[in-house]
Design a protein around this ligand. Sequence first.
Ligand code: F6R
Length: 366
Amino acid sequence: EKGGFEHFMLKEIYEQPRSVHDTLRGRVSAKQGHLVLGGLRQYLHTMINAKRIIILGCGTSWHAGLVAEYIFEEFARIPVEVEYASEFRYRNPVIYEGDVVIAISQSGETADTLAAIELAKSKGAIIFGVCNVVGSSIPRVTHEGAYTHAGPEIGVASTKAFTAQVTVLSMMAVMIAYRKGTIKETRFREMLVEFEQLPDKIEKALQLDQQIQYIAEQIKDADNALFLGRGYNFPVALEGALKLKEISYIHAEGYPAAEMKHGPIALIDEAMPVVFIATQDSSYEKIISNIREVKARHGKVIAVVTEGDAEIRHMADHVLEVPAAHEALMPIIAVIPLQLLSYHIAVMRGCNVDQPRNLAKSVTVE
Ligand code: F6R
């Protein structure tokens, strides 16, 4: 059942070229220039005309929502607020009739997300679900939705569900932006090609496995780790840190790289591994300065970079090269080495990766 892999988590990490392919199947065709989401019909115009979008989720699903915030705002020019479902539901949030809520959940059973949906719905919001488990509770209470089609996720740490969620949300953003006219035909077509290239690029990122095992050996005994990214890669930093702490029990924090100097920089010394997600995008020059700041304090830098990057290699202790992609879709590729890094560190520390202590696959109590 683990298909020859030692753990479900590793199997699910390796499934991602396939699962993202399944997420895209029947929805994107670069050749025909089409992008369709069967579950977004009746409320497509509501979304196009939305004054704002509220995204709800917990944990990794909340991180997928943060990536979506960047792409919805940049491409579709719709203001987005991403909220932890647990906070949203208890703070008497302002919801207007006709507001659009996107609820993200792998299991479709998360109690806080479900309750937040019910609350928003009772105030007249239109609820769109992005779920993985077909027929689960959340898809039953939403107005419309799109399944992620990642297949069953058994490992408690979410991996393939995250890449599928970001893929679906990015498809939605690109489709809405194109219909709305905030992106032109050329950009739309370019993104369709980018979507179709994702499975191959994920496959390439998986080939970093040997190198990642070597890096894992070097840092497996650390007590703390920092994950830093900017722009589209900021949520990837949060996700990298969450993966590491939940399965290896190493204390890890994710931060927007520029926030480092407002506090976390005090933690940096030669014992602190700092993982940068520093692919060549619009914040590239900025993140290079952040890497310099860490090196100046003798932090150990592991950098996820774009293939062929010549600059960071001379600064970082280790570089992990991933294929180039449009920056909006880079999270789907850049997260892969971070999943593998956490996995190997956890295995080396003797942790139960598929069933970490104190955690459940679906959190059906608040
Ligand atoms: C982290 C993880 C959790 C879930 C969270 C939400 O690896 O798995 O943080 O992402 O409990 O679960 P769903 O997406 O099922 O609502």
